[in-house]
Structure formats: structure tokens, C-alpha cells
Design a protein around this ligand. Structure first.
Ligand SMILES: NC(=O)NCCC[C@H](N)C(=O)O
Length: 412
């Protein structure tokens, strides 16, 4: 990575430029800690079969490599930064704080236990959680909390959604937004990215501005963030991303991304099936987007530009397509409706993330093979579709875009 280490690896100025480097997390033991009792709370609808899921995830990573992207795994970079003793100490403290371990004695015992693990084991604990039965703390005196929580099997909860790397952070320009997650189930994920951002030379923190921090109390998730061009960013205002967060992010982007002209805020209905903007709308080529049919009539669109009202002027718009044309300064925009024109098929395939495409070059996308009608309609519109199997991966309700965090794309 020679040069990139010098100037920072991060550079995302579009949704569709050829993908050069991407962050993934390969699903691991954290998925084996999902039980029926906690499924909903952990944002799953079913229990995936981990072995098959990992095969599917490897296929996804291979497709990206074959098309020229460097695949970096969050677990590897985190293990590298945790080699440093000071970083490791702080990380364990933050992990215990985040896990709300308040009892002094338990805190000390778990600290000691984790400090004596290898960086790789510590990474696994931070993702898969820590079961009580795996730590022998028999001799200590119980606190009231210990007695009351005795039936709960874990000291540290798993974070099974980490393989949806899109959401805890997003690269925009040469900076990064480390996001504030909407649900408790995902609250730890951005902390892991923050440790990598602050300590790994590949991220070259001094060259890479921080656009948003996960400690800000207004939720913002990466599935809502689309870098349409150097000059235009779209942000979903959704179940997961608040208008306050969009305004804070907008101010930071306007002051740090000199070429950025406007931010399009797209308000989508706040329901689980449409949890982020990228579950209903993704960019697939210079002037083409795939969209869940009918959603364009249910959204509200606002343009944010540099202005006097605390740095931002907000202009309500009436139509998504007109706004895209105007903002991107292109003569036409093609919306490719998923589902192939049939409402039932469209709804079924959207549930399985048909519109959550990952562009790996202009007009080339990765999708799940199961979404046959939606893939067909993309092809009919001149898009090259690279299919992967996702029968197990999809059970967490996310597709190829959700599973990837692009770090660097070729400039258009
Ligand atoms: N960008 C995305 O839409 N990511 C999918 C996240 C799925 C995950 N189970 C969640 O509910 O957060």
C-alpha cells in the first residue's frame, strides 16, 4: 500500500467508481450466540447457519478481489492495533464501560481476564461477546447485580450485525464518519472502527478528517449515506438516521469537503423493511439508480446547501428524479424499479435486499442471486450483474452494499 500509507488510504468521491479497497467482517462466533429469545432485540429475523454463511461471505470477498479490490478485514486490523499495550488497556476499559460492568470487583476480574488474552482473542471477545461459563470467577464475592443477573449467560453481549460493515462508519471524500447507532444491539460497532481509525497507519488519521463521532447522541447510520459525486451527497432521514445528525454531518462536510455543493436529504418511511435509504435506493451507474417501486412517491426530499442558518440553507423539493437531475447536473436520470414490474415479487425481493446493490465500477453491481426478477431488470437496463449466493447472509436483512464499507474508489 506504499503511497496510500503516506497520504491515507481513504478516498471515496462516488458510489460507482471502481472499488479499490474495502473493509469487511467475516461472520464468526457472534452468530452462534443468537438465540430465539433475543433475535428481535439483536435485529435478526432468523438464526443463520454459520458454516454456510462463511462460505457465502468468502465468495463475496473473492468476487471483490477478482474485480481488483483489496479486501481488508476489520478483525485483522483491530488485532494489529491491539498489539500496543496502552491501546489494549484503553480498549478493554471502553469495552467494559460499554458493556455496563459497574461492579468494581467484576470489573477488575474481567479486566485481568481480557488483558491476559492475545490481541486476536480480545478481538473475538469484543465481537462474539464473553460467556460467563468461559471465565472462572468462582472465588469473588457477588454484588447485588450479580445475584439478580445470575441467569443471564453473558458478561459481554455479541454484536452479530458487524458483518453489515456499511453502517457503523462511512468514508466520504478523504474523511470518515464514525456513526452513532440507533439501537443498543449495534452500539459497540463504531467503537471498534474508532480504535482502528485512531491507531492504524493505513487510516493515517492526520490526513483523514473525522466527520462524525459515535458519541454524538443523534443517530446516524452508514446505510443512509450515499456519496453520489464529489459535489453531491445523499443522506436518508430514516428509522436510523435523525435530522439533527444530518445537520451536524452536513456542517462538517461543508467545512471539510471543499468541492461539496449540496446534500440531498431523503426522508423515507420509518419502518423496518426500509431501515436505511440503501434498502430501497442505490446508485448503479452515472445516471441510473435501482429503486423499490413506489417509494419515490413516499419520500420527502430536501436540498441542503451552504447558507446563513447555522451554516446551512434547507430547500424543500417536490420530486426525487428532478432533484437528482438538478443536483447532479445531468440531463436525465433512470430509475430501475426492482421486482420486474410485479408488486408481490418486488416486495418479496426487497425483503431480501434486491435494491441493496454494491457498485464495484460504473454499471457493474454485486447482488444476491436469489433476487432473480430484480437482477433481470438491471441487466435489461444495461447493468452488468455479478451474483453471489446469500441464503444465509440475507437472514440478517442486508445485501452486498450493507456488507461492505468501501475505503477507496477510483476517481471518475
Ligand atoms: N445498510 C443496511 O441496510 N444494513 C442492514 C443492517 C441489518 C441489521 N440487521 C440491522 O437491522 O441493523
Amino acid at each position: 500500500m506504499g503511497d496510500e500509507t503516506q497520504r491515507g488510504l481513504l478516498n471515496i468521491t462516488s458510489e460507482i467508481g471502481k472499488l479499490k479497497a474495502v473493509f469487511l467482517h467475516k461472520p464468526g462466533k457472534e452468530l452462534e450466540r443468537l438465540t430465539p429469545d433475543y433475535l428481535r432485540q439483536l435485529l435478526f429475523d432468523d438464526i443463520p447457519w454459520l458454516k454456510q454463511m462463511r462460505i457465502e461471505h468468502d465468495e463475496f470477498a473473492n468476487v471483490l478481489r477478482e474485480r481488483g479490490a483489496q479486501v481488508l478485514y476489520v478483525e485483522d486490523l483491530l488485532a494489529e492495533v491491539l498489539q500496543d499495550k496502552e491501546v489494549r488497556k484503553n480498549f478493554i476499559y471502553d469495552l467494559l464501560k460499554q458493556s455496563k460492568i459497574d461492579s468494581l470487583e467484576l470489573h477488575q476480574a474481567l479486566y485481568d481476564y481480557m488483558y491476559n488474552r492475545t490481541p486476536e482473542e480480545l478481538v473475538e471477545i469484543s465481537i462474539a461477546g464473553l460467556q460467563k461459563k468461559d471465565v472462572n470467577l468462582e472465588d469473588r464475592e457477588y454484588s447485588l447485580t450479580d445475584y439478580i443477573d445470575a441467569d443471564y449467560p453473558l458478561y459481554i453481549n455479541p454484536i452479530p450485525n458487524l458483518y453489515f460493515m456499511r453502517d457503523p462508519a462511512a468514508v466520504m471524500g478523504n474523511g470518515i464518519s464514525i456513526n452513532s447507532m440507533h439501537t443498543d444491539a449495534r452500539r459497540r460497532e463504531p467503537m471498534l472502527i474508532k480504535y482502528i481509525y485512531e491507531n492504524h497507519p493505513l487510516f493515517n488519521k492526520d490526513q483523514s478528517p473525522l466527520w462524525y463521532d459515535y458519541t454524538i447522541p443523534h443517530s446516524l447510520e452508514g446505510g443512509d449515506m450515499l456519496v453520489l459525486s464529489k459535489e453531491v451527497v445523499a443522506i436518508g432521514c430514516s428509522e436510523r438516521t435523525s435530522p439533527q445528525a444530518i445537520e451536524i454531518l452536513a456542517r462538517n462536510l461543508f467545512s471539510g469537503m471543499k468541492e461539496l455543493r449540496e446534500i440531498i436529504a431523503v426522508r423515507i418511511p420509518p419502518i423496518r423493511a426500509f431501515m436505511h435509504l440503501d434498502t430501497v435506493f442505490t446508485m448503479v451507474d452515472y445516471d441510473k439508480f435501482t429503486i423499490y417501486p413506489g417509494i419515490q412517491d413516499k419520500v420527502e426530499v430536501y436540498r441542503l446547501t451552504r447558507g446563513k442558518n447555522n451554516g446551512i440553507t434547507v430547500t424543500p423539493e417536490t420530486d426525487l428524479v428532478d432533484t437528482l437531475k438538478k443536483s447532479l447536473r445531468i440531463p436525465s436520470v433512470k430509475l430501475i424499479e426492482s421486482g420486474g414490474g410485479d408488486a408481490i415479487t418486488a416486495a418479496r425481493e426487497q425483503w431480501n435486499d434486491s435494491t441493496n446493490t454494491l457498485a464495484i465500477a460504473p454499471g457493474v453491481v454485486v447482488t444476491y442471486s436469489r433476487n432473480e426478477a430484480s437482477n433481470e431488470v438491471l441487466r435489461k437496463n444495461g447493468i452488468e450483474v455479478v451474483e453471489i449466493d446469500g441464503s444465509e447472509l440475507v437472514r440478517g436483512r442486508g445485501g452486498p452494499r450493507c456488507m461492505s464499507m468501501p475505503l477507496c474508489r477510483e476517481e471518475l
